[in-house]
Design a protein around this ligand. Structure first.
Ligand SMILES: Nc1ncnc2c1ncn2[C@@H]1O[C@H](COP(=O)(O)OP(=O)(O)OP(=O)(O)O)[C@@H](O)[C@H]1O
Ligand SMILES: [Mg+2]
Length: 250
């Protein structure tokens, strides 16, 4: 890789909630066209870190840069404005609304002097998007609550694909999904990478991490244990980094 400015650069991120330290001195770069996995046990601080990057929680100290520009302290909507989208484990979709309204949530298209919702155009553009991603849903007009978990997650990732020009943050995107649905989501992640987005992926599924990630960084109780190039490590090493125990010699 040439000496390019990373899409995301985290420098010495520290986060405490009251007296509790959730993240200590965390540093990481994610480049365009790269998937970096963030792994660690329950409570290690992974979701907290995603929320810090997304502008939900400000870091207590440290720096966040997007393509070199410092955005530390920016709120969630301004982070989105910088081309960063989050796909959460517990889906943030409006259940009673159709797929197309979810696709344009907070960015609705309007028409005419009265600025009425341009539902036709939103539905048309949404249909074209899901078709291009080969996402199988009954229609762009289907109501979210009538979709399966996998279809909903595919809608959430399609939305991120559409709006995230720079970086996609994913917190356990396949935790609740079956085998076929997981495969579809993994395909969408690979497509995002091909489209030169930077991806930071939280997953407990180490098989998945080994399949998708270019690099893996490990958190243990808020401390960054290390970062490995996937092709230069294996599951045993990652497990021992996560647990702090030596892997048993086979
Ligand atoms: N808003 C908050 N206020 C206080 N403490 C918090 C807050 N959010 C997270 N924490 C604490 O920070 C630590 C890390 O939590 P976090 O949710 O980031 O873990 P995680 O790695 O995502 O775990 P899991 O794999 O279970 O999702 C935990 O000890 C948690 O209790
Ligand atoms: Mg979490």
């Amino acid at each position: 890789m040439t000496d390019v400015v990373p899409a995301l650069q985290l420098e010495k991120i520290h986060k405490s909630f009251g007296g509790i330290t959730a993240i200590k001195e965390f540093s990481l770069s994610v480049h365009r066209g790269e998937v970096v996995a963030l792994v660690g046990d329950n409570g290690a601080g992974k979701s907290t870190l995603i929320k810090i990057v997304a502008g939900v929680h400000p870091p207590t100290s440290g720096h966040i840069r997007l393509d070199g520009e410092e955005i530390t302290g920016a709120d969630a909507s301004s982070v989105r404005g910088h081309g960063v989208e989050v796909v959460y484990q517990d889906l943030a979709l409006a259940d009673s609304q159709p797929v197309y309204m979810n696709m344009f949530l907070g960015r609705e298209l309007v028409k005419g002097p009265l600025r009425r919702l341009d539902k036709k155009r939103m539905a048309r553009e949404t249909q074209a998007l899901v078709d291009s991603l080969d996402v199988r849903i009954p229609s762009a007009k289907a109501i979210i609550r009538e979709l399966s978990g996998g279809q909903r997650q595919a809608v959430a990732i399609s939305r991120a694909t559409h709006w995230a020009q720079r970086l996609v943050l994913m917190d356990e995107p396949t935790a609740a999904l079956g085998v076929a649905e997981t495969a579809k989501v993994e395909e969408l992640i690979m497509r995002l990478r091909e489209q030169n987005r930077a991806i930071l992926l939280v997953s407990h599924n180490l098989e998945q991490v080994m399949r998708l990630a270019d690099r893996i960084t490990v958190l243990r109780r808020g401390t960054q244990v290390g970062t490995r190039i996937t092709s230069q490590t294996d599951k045993n090493e990652i497990v021992s980094m996560i647990t702090g125990l030596q892997a048993a010699d086979a």
